[in-house]
Design a binder for this molecule. Sequence first.
Ligand code: MN
Length: 707
Amino acid sequence: MIRIDDILEKVSGRFGDKEIALLQKATVFSARAHKGQVRRSGEPYLSHPLEVASQLADMNLDATALTAGLLHDVLEDTDVTAAELRETFGKDVAALVEGVTKISRVQESSPELQRAETIRKIILAMTDDMRVIFIKLADRLHNLRTLKFLPETAQKRIASETMEIYAPIADRLGMGRIKAELEDLAFRYVEPEEFFRMASLLEPRRKKAEIALAAFRRTLGRKIIESRIPAEIEGRIKRPYSVWQKMKTQKIEFGQVYDFMALRVITDSVRNCYQVLGLIHQNWPPIPGRFRDFIAMPKPNLYQALHTTILTEDKSSFEIQIRTAEMHTLAENGIAAHWRYKEKDAQALVMEDRRLHWLREMVELFKEQRDPKEFLKQLKINLIPEEVYVFTPKGRVISLPAGASALDFAFRIHTEIGLHAAGAKINGKPSPLRTPLRTGDIVEIVTAPEREPARSWLSMAFTSGARHLIKRRLNQRDLQRAVALGRKLWEREIARFRLPPGFPGGNDLLARLTDVVPVPCRSLENFFALVGRGKIILSRKILERISPPGLEPRRKGYVGGLSEIQVKDRSRELVRLAKCCAPIQGEQIIGYLTTGKGITVHAGRCPRIVKELLSPDRLIEVSWGDLTPVVYKAGIIVSAVDSPGLLAKVTAAVAGQNADIVKADVATFAENKALIRMTLRIRDIRHLEAIRAEIARIEGVVSVDRT
Ligand code: MN
């Protein structure tokens, strides 16, 4: 069993006396709390927190993280309380242990929900303090190392959870060493048959492969020394899991796996990485399609290295990775390698780190996606993405999840570019913003200052980041419109009740409104928004209660003196045309405040207006304003004496007025009567009247009415 002294040894260079004392204190505390408890392996429980702390020491983490690692199970498995932890070890350690405990306590009805909820907890904990996930990964790693002692069902559950949650997260954080070990350990429990098949394929070749590897390593080493490049070379046989994965993703047999022998060259500079690469390619032919330059194009988790696979004289092949020492540390420990908690606010760090872009997207995803099925789907895209790499016109590489569109690209470049994106040029060719991008595309975004997101943009954006920004802008604009509309309605009522303009103004108004309006208002803006959305109706009762006594409206009913509310743009969410009467531009219209929806515009001829079915309190005067030309649909019904060619004459009349017919049908009745129903596309009410007049002139037509 590992001892605390082994851990102190590892950190002796980094930690001072105070920190060493803290770790010793935590060890004693943990030992006492877990006293009498035994791991399934038969070892005293304390071995587990010690292993976790040791792992955290290997990740180069600080004393707070190591202390929390030593204590990470005391809340879950012993009588120790959070308050006790806070008192003894301070709030940081206590918060970390609580964060870890919350993740282990997730209990959901189905495995799917369980998984979604676990990830949600992990992500939220990470945004608070990244160290929670480091501890959780160390915890998981040791649990997997001792998984053989658990019953089979638990083995399966823990292993598959590792494959689906913890390994991808470790990968996302660039923690290659832990990711690889987690996958290797979980593999044998998740896919036992495949694991043993791989092992039986690899094992007989191991001896020969090791000899070949050592020989090639010596040859390569000599060449590198001759060229005076400082370098270290490591050789290894690939792990069963990574060989298996390669076979699966590339759909190849074991015999076709070239590179289960791999070498790693670690040198001192980027320049020398390419020098080594050149040297290798000069001496051994590279296998086409196997060279990848992750130095020029880092992976999204910022992994950097050159990868190539070469063929030797005796036809064996080796995969070679070339990187600097710095890149190597980053590839092994990822984000933990440079995680300096104290320098800055943890949240600020999370927001800044490019590797954590996905984390921010996931946080947004939680906020917007309540449906667990959809959530899991999105999660998969975010957590295990297939990436496409595209270029800006200046040659900067942008990585996006596969399926991302030009619009996603625009938002990734800059929020403002996304919000005003008007079109895209992909490889120089004008393309719609919804176009999915492919690796290698050069993408240029054309912006226009007047362009603004519309609701339809949501179907063009794939990444949750872009979707979030679009939604946010739509909501902002919606709010602005509601406030403007509410203010107008308020001013109209002031005028109608002969109150001085600006009455009573500012905070005074807000104070008077409390207790009077049915919905609490946080601010004046909030009040106007609620009025604009029809959630508060400025009824006479409300106005009487906040005004001086003797309040009298100028006129009864809805006909106010203002007509500033203009139906300018049909697409504006807060002013919409009623479906029941479908008013057409130029017609007499009246607005009706619909709760939560703003103003619905009805035609004066609408039966609901004529029969006074709508509450007069909510009616407001509106005008058409200066509309940009819009096409309306209108239905007409022609009653006529049936005669040959009647329909042809009617359609000719419509066409003569430059209107389109959307739909037409004819019904004939006894006594030679015919009814033609048509749906037309027209410009405005005058256009419709002209068409009606034209049809009425046709011989045999009795009447032309609107439907
Ligand atoms: Mn544990």
